[in-house]
Design a protein around this ligand. Structure first.
Ligand code: ADP
Ligand code: MG
Ligand code: MG
Length: 193
């Protein structure tokens, strides 16, 4: 991935969260407070603006700027979590062109940042449940497999009971609904593919 491709990835995420904002909001209305679509739409619109006049020399510059903007513009849980993930990825990618292996390491660093900040374990019905298999699939088989793995894992959160975030307040009533954050994570990996 080079700097232009990093910019294209972020632009593709912005486009897909805008197109899917209503779906994300519907999912978050069922087990949260109904703002996930709006949060990400506003966040990535701000990222788009922030990147416009921004001179990026490395792939990491693009991702770090993305993360910092999400942290400052999105109030919900997903802003700091995704923001930290992009910042952590950016920190590891210090050249203008990075290899697939380096990018895999960066995805791992992103996942670690989400887990450190949010404290969610696999199976807690959060974005971690989509990130984890997506990163593993990326390393073994590349970006297409990562996107498919994230989509399957997001669907599989339907059967889980939430143990972190707002959805956990519902206890057993969170079962039967797909997690919004795992769903947006699948969009991020599909955009990457
Ligand atoms: P909020 O819940 O503050 O309104 P959002 O609606 O934007 O924030 O994001 C909700 C999503 O954030 C959830 O669907 C879940 O995937 C993710 N999430 C919430 N808390 C955590 C956590 N502690 N660790 C990982 N992901 C979390
Ligand atoms: Mg919400
Ligand atoms: Mg909220």
């Amino acid at each position: 991935m080079n700097v232009e491709q990093a910019r294209a990835w972020i632009a593709a995420i912005a486009a897909t969260v805008e197109a899917e904002a209503e779906t994300l909001t519907r999912l978050d209305s069922a087990i949260g407070d109904g703002d996930h679509g709006a949060n990400l739409k506003r966040g990535f619109a701000a990222v788009r603006t922030a990147l416009e006049g921004f001179e990026a020399h490395t792939v990491g510059d693009v991702l770090t700027k993305t993360g910092a903007t999400l942290i400052s513009k999105v109030g919900g849980a997903s802003g700091p979590l995704y923001g930290s993930a992009f910042r952590a990825m950016g920190k590891t990618l210090t050249s203008p062109d990075v290899t697939t292996e380096q990018f895999g390491d960066a995805l791992d660093a992103g996942l670690a940042a989400i887990r450190k900040l949010g404290g969610a374990q696999p199976g807690d019905k959060t974005m971690v449940d989509a990130w984890l298999p997506a990163v593993a699939a990326f390393r073994k088989k590349g970006p297409q497999a990562a996107a498919t793995a994230a989509e399957e894992a997001a669907r599989a959160t339907t059967d889980l009971q939430a143990r972190k975030g707002r959805a956990s307040y519902l206890g057993e009533r969170s079962i039967g609904h797909q997690d919004p954050g795992a769903t947006s994570t699948a969009l991020i990996f599909r955009a990457l593919a």
